[in-house]
Design a protein around this ligand. Sequence first.
Ligand SMILES: *[C@@H]1O[C@H](CO)[C@@H](O)[C@H](O)[C@H]1NC(C)=O
Ligand SMILES: *[C@@H]1O[C@H](CO)[C@@H](O)[C@H](O)[C@H]1NC(C)=O
Ligand SMILES: *[C@@H]1O[C@H](CO)[C@@H](O)[C@H](O)[C@H]1NC(C)=O
Ligand SMILES: *[C@@H]1O[C@H](CO)[C@@H](O)[C@H](O)[C@H]1NC(C)=O
Ligand SMILES: *[C@@H]1O[C@H](CO)[C@@H](O)[C@H](O)[C@H]1NC(C)=O
Ligand SMILES: *[C@@H]1O[C@H](CO)[C@@H](O)[C@H](O)[C@H]1NC(C)=O
Ligand SMILES: *[C@@H]1O[C@H](CO)[C@@H](O)[C@H](O)[C@H]1NC(C)=O
Length: 560
Amino acid sequence: MIGNILRALPVVVLTAHSCRAAPTEGKGWHFVQNGTTGIVALESIIVSDTLAVFFDRATDNPLQIDGHPAWGALWNLETNTASPLNVTTDAFCATGSFLSNGTMVSIGGHTPAIPEAKDGRNGLRIWEPCDDPNGEGCGLFEDPETLHMAETRWYATSLRMFDGSIMIIGGMHKKTSFNNDDPTNSIEFFPPKDGGVPRPLDLLERTLPANLYPRSFALPDGKIFMAAANQTIIYDFETNTETRLPDIPNNVRVTNPLDGTATLLPLHPPDYIPEILICGGTNTSDQLPVAELSSQTPASDQCSRMTLTPEGIERGWEIERMLEPRIMPEMILLPNGEIVIISGAQTGYAAISGVKDPVGNNSNADHPAFTPSIYTPDAPLGQRISNAGMPTTDIARIYHSSVTLTPKGNLLLAGSSPNTVVVNGTQYPSEFRAEYLNPPYMTVERPQLSNVPKQIAFNSEFSVDVSVPSRLTQGDLKVALMDLGFSTHGFHSSSRLVFMDAQLSEDGKTLSIKSPPNNRVYPPGPAYIFLTVGDVSSTGVRVMVGNGATPPVEDQGVPI
Ligand SMILES: *[C@@H]1O[C@H](CO)[C@@H](O)[C@H](O)[C@H]1NC(C)=O
Ligand SMILES: *[C@@H]1O[C@H](CO)[C@@H](O)[C@H](O)[C@H]1NC(C)=O
Ligand SMILES: *[C@@H]1O[C@H](CO)[C@@H](O)[C@H](O)[C@H]1NC(C)=O
Ligand SMILES: *[C@@H]1O[C@H](CO)[C@@H](O)[C@H](O)[C@H]1NC(C)=O
Ligand SMILES: *[C@@H]1O[C@H](CO)[C@@H](O)[C@H](O)[C@H]1NC(C)=O
Ligand SMILES: *[C@@H]1O[C@H](CO)[C@@H](O)[C@H](O)[C@H]1NC(C)=O
Ligand SMILES: *[C@@H]1O[C@H](CO)[C@@H](O)[C@H](O)[C@H]1NC(C)=O
């Protein structure tokens, strides 16, 4: 038993304190533009080691299927090419998450602008696990007559919860001009709970009319954090109760069409204390008519962070400032526990048209933020945000863009179109160019993981083989278990990083890893494991966490 041998060896306890070994080799951080997406990739989710799924509105896209425009695409991370995905219903401004059995579900959408698409407002689109690297033989299953949500939901949020089901939160019923004037102020589940009857949610009533895509996270005790407009709560699914938390300070609002972004900071053993970070958005009142708003009004540069323990809530939100204001920013967790702040605009608002001075064809936002920053969670307050060594792109990623970490460990950026149809030759056109932001480790020799089990149980120890380049052997080690999330509208549904304690064998070739204690710390379902040594991260290896069963699944592991 390798586990027994390892326990007798000197223990390297892996923590996630920041130790940035400034790489002197390789290219450093850099953007690479490669390939075109054929649709506006306003939603993206990694579905395998080689494939991302993109969704767009059903409109006049260049990528075609069956002689009409496509509104779904498979993006091949190896070839940097898009192929059309056969979608039945309109997935415009939908959401999505994986279930505990590895199936991805695309949720909600809109009434289509072209006759080939069906109404997607209560849509459920099923993507079963796909083993073919090119997606051959894989596709979406839809049966709108019998398989649909109870409610119509456009701009809803979804997240995988502790029993492996998806919680679906908020949204609106139909087209509204800017704000949420036709709200769906409830939550429901897939597979359905409560006999399929949605639960009303007071938070959503209180935060109209700018409460779309509520920024929501499954906490390590199974409760749910939610932010809408400038309000925040903890929702207890088991007792159906909402506990109000302090408002986001200084009138800053963070949900669509006033989009900021939010993330659950990496969770660390043994206590997995949750901390929430919310950045960007705007302090503009949500009571003003859109026609009085300007594309030139500065967005908010505020980041607000709170620890979700009784003492942390008592202390309230801690404020820090980004290097520039950002509406529609994105935050991407990196395998080393740092966070990339990227994309968005420095002035204006989300949504298409309505402001008194739209830019280009119909952009409510202007002055794109072209340079990403790094947020280092465990640095002292005031020293956490830096863009030192970060590159600058010239491709605007504003409304209807997406970004996701890939299994290779780089960021895939796509989309942006503040236009109702495909528009070219204007400022802020419909953007089809895909781009990667490559961290420094993409161009150096990296650690590698091999012989990783396909499935890991909670609260268990498992071994993997590692190869660590000799120059890194003195480096600090971190093992991250990650859900890469579903990206749309400045938010990454279900994205998560849980660090795992691990011990390296004396010969440096085997790593013994302790999985998360239970299905609340990491909601059961697919994940990627990344090893970081001295700030050089491996590529990710996909695993199934938990028993892989169809939801709802029972509690697994041990309580913390
Ligand atoms: C774009 O990606 C393709 C496929 O991986 C690769 O062959 C090509 O070299 C890349 N081009 C650039 C400019 O990186
Ligand atoms: C797309 O799905 C439709 C409806 O099921 C079907 O008729 C059509 O043949 C499919 N097209 C492709 C390219 O698979
Ligand atoms: C949140 O917004 C409400 C409504 O505009 C306002 O009354 C309240 O003062 C705001 N809270 C904070 C902390 O700014
Ligand atoms: C928004 O913030 C700016 C800069 O701090 C301030 O001048 C302005 O009064 C604020 N507006 C509102 C509505 O709070
Ligand atoms: C935006 O582009 C569409 C399609 O080309 C066009 O019909 C519309 O007039 C344009 N709007 C503006 C404000 O330029
Ligand atoms: C948009 O216009 C540019 C410049 O004319 C051209 O290179 C590009 O291919 C066009 N893109 C699309 C999607 O038509
Ligand atoms: C996972 O569960 C969903 C919902 O019951 C079902 O549609 C799907 O087929 C299941 N997938 C697998 C791989 O069992």
